[in-house]
Ligand binder design. Structure first.
Ligand code: GTP
Length: 170
């Protein structure tokens, strides 16, 4: 068992928004255009040091697709943080983030740290795409919004570091 602190982070978001891709980019620095749908929850770990404190981050990934969706209490149990993911090119997936937040509020520990990833930013041409609504929604739930691309690897270290830092400071 790794020494030091261990944090549990759960990913939530609709099918195909890029949850698995974000984890794989973060943990193994890889990306596949043909990433297959996740059918079962599993986790990967990443070790990091924040303010001199060694931390093991267990990153739980699960199926977003409805046909697989049956998240038991085990997924949420003792979760320190949640990363809510949507696809920046698909507004429906942003609307669904609000449902995932409701589920979190029912199932997860009360003081869970949250962040939102607006993923697939590489598919949006304009550098000024509108994340204002998502930004203010994030603020309203005490979360922070990060614009990410698992394909390009942008915004990813930042979002995981932000949530881990906030868990550490809690
Ligand atoms: P479920 O397992 O169904 O919940 O999906 P998921 O949210 O884990 O998404 P996944 O990582 O499987 O990615 C779905 C598809 O989107 C794959 O074809 C990925 O290659 C693609 N994808 C993921 N992230 C990005 C990204 O940042 N940019 C682009 N262009 N494609 C991405």
């Amino acid at each position: 068992k790794p020494s030091g602190l261990s944090f549990k982070l759960v990913l939530l978001g609709d099918g195909r928004v890029g949850k698995t891709s974000l984890v794989l980019r973060y943990v193994t620095n890889s990306f596949s255009e043909k990433q297959e749908a996740t059918a079962q929850a599993s986790y990967l770990t990443k070790r990091l040091v924040i303010e001199g404190v060694p931390i093991t981050l267990a990153i739980w990934d699960t199926a977003g697709q409805e046909r697989f969706h049956a998240l038991g209490p085990i997924y949420y149990r003792d979760a320190d943080a949640a990363l809510l993911v949507y696809d920046i090119t698909d507004d429906d997936t942003f609307i669904r983030v609000k449902n995932w937040v409701k589920e979190l509020q029912q199932m997860a520990p009360k003081n869970i740290i949250m962040a939102i990833a607006a993923n697939k930013s590489d598919l949006v041409r304009s550098k000024k795409f509108d994340v204002q609504e998502a930004d203010s929604y994030a603020a309203s739930i005490g979360a922070k919004l990060f614009v990410t691309s698992a394909k390009l690897g942008s915004g990813i270290d930042e979002v995981f570091l932000d949530v881990a830092t906030r868990v550490l400071q809690k």
